[in-house]
Write a protein that binds this ligand. Structure first.
Ligand SMILES: NC(=O)c1ccc[n+]([C@@H]2O[C@H](COP(=O)([O-])OP(=O)(O)OC[C@H]3O[C@@H](n4cnc5c(N)ncnc54)[C@H](O)[C@@H]3O)[C@@H](O)[C@H]2O)c1
Ligand SMILES: [Zn+2]
Length: 346
């Protein structure tokens, strides 16, 4: 065991403060990672605020982890000391269920272990990336390619894979018209990746405030959802609409923007349920679907894709003492486009 510095919320909704946590001794299949950067995902805020249900406190959030391996267990073969690596939302899964065997560890039915706010197979509470070091089973650690700086790579471990997986699954590529709803941490990576896959991308944002940014990120069009004309002029346009919005959305209105057989894929995780008139799905055989992060192999594939296409996150690097301010700014939609903590300041 080792004692490491971390930032934790001591209680639900409480500001995060500096503390120390225990990390387990490095087991035969474990790697010890010096965390260099940790992204702030909106999911961290939902969980600290218990918006999704009861949390485990003190809570050390952080599932967008980029760092360097400093020690490996005796049986480790996938990583070596000095390797640049990442850890996302999961640090373990049952490894036996149908989904785990197919590489969909994120949909493990035997019970997977979340990187924080979870309990691992030993019965220990998990603590996330807002800390100096972490010990993780080598099978849940991915390689960060040389071309990707660690700070802009960190957000790919959640935001990147969460949009990459559904864009691939729903066949986004050349000839496809894709809309990305919400231009935050997930949304801006959705624009970059969908454009790199060859699709014609439209951003659907509340206002035109971030239009210049959206076009620079790779969107061809940028429309405001506060303007009713957007919904009449773009009716029947899109093959896929990727919603990354953290609040409940009127999906009924967005269904009207799909072509026949089109799909809205929602990755946002709002705290409240929505209601929907199902007639919106019937005409045009439309789909409303969801998707959660991605498997370990697919996360590696996404990192390799991003390195090949020179795609990192647009980040604002902050010190640990700015985490609480950053949370407020994320809630106020004042982020361009991901806050990343420099863990040297913890
Ligand atoms: N499915 C998954 O696996 C997965 C993974 C990560 C995050 N998430 C969830 O996705 C959501 C987005 O995460 P993020 O880190 O990108 O958050 P973010 O805060 O960076 O981005 C959210 C975007 O939604 C916009 N928005 C907020 N309220 C809106 C409204 N009422 N109408 C239209 N737009 C609105 C914001 O302006 C912002 O651009 C969160 O709910 C998060 O928990 C899901
Ligand atoms: Zn996340």
């Amino acid at each position: 065991m080792s004692t490491v510095a971390a930032y934790a919320a001591p209680a639900p909704k409480a500001p995060l403060e500096r503390t120390t946590i225990e990390r387990r001794a490095v087991g035969a299949h474990d790697v010890l990672i010096d965390i260099k950067f940790a992204g702030i995902c909106h999911s961290d805020i939902h969980q600290v605020n218990e918006g999704w249900g009861q949390g485990i406190f003190p809570m050390v959030p952080g599932h967008e982890i980029a760092g360097v391996v400093v020690e490996v267990g005796s049986e480790v073969t996938r990583h070596a000391v000095g390797d640049r690596v990442g850890v996302g939302c999961m640090v373990d899964s049952c490894r036996e269920c149908d989904n785990c065997l197919r590489g969909f560890e994120q949909y493990c039915t035997g019970g997977n272990t979340m990187t924080y706010n979870g309990v691992d197979r030993r019965g220990d509470v998990t603590y996330g990336g807002y800390s100096k070091q972490i010990v993780v089973d080598e099978n849940y650690v991915v390689r960060i390619p040389e071309g990707l700086p660690l700070d802009v790579a960190a957000p790919l471990l959640c935001a990147g894979i969460t949009v990459y997986s559904p864009l691939k699954h729903w066949g986004v590529g050349p000839g496809k018209k894709v809309a990305v709803v919400g231009l935050g941490g997930l949304g801006h990576m959705g624009v970059k990746i969908a454009a790199a896959l060859g699709a014609e991308v439209t951003v659907l944002s509340q206002s035109l405030r971030k239009k210049d940014d959206g076009l620079k990120l790779g969107a061809r069009h940028y429309r405001a959802t506060s303007d009713p004309a957007t919904f009449t002029e773009l009716a029947g346009t899109f093959d896929v609409i990727l919603s990354t919005v953290s609040a409940p959305l009127d999906f009924g209105a967005y269904l009207g923007l799909l072509r026949s057989d089109g799909a809205i894929v929602n990755v946002g995780a709002p705290e409240e349920p929505i209601s929907l008139n199902l007639f919106g799905l019937l005409g045009g055989r439309k789909t409303l679907a969801g998707s959660m992060i991605g498997g370990i192999a697919e996360t590696q594939e996404m990192l390799d894709f991003c390195a090949e296409h020179g795609l990192g996150s647009e980040i604002e690097l902050i010190g640990a003492d700015e985490i609480n301010t950053a949370y407020q700014r994320v809630l106020a939609s004042d982020v361009r486009y991901r806050f990343v903590i420099d863990t040297a300041t913890i």
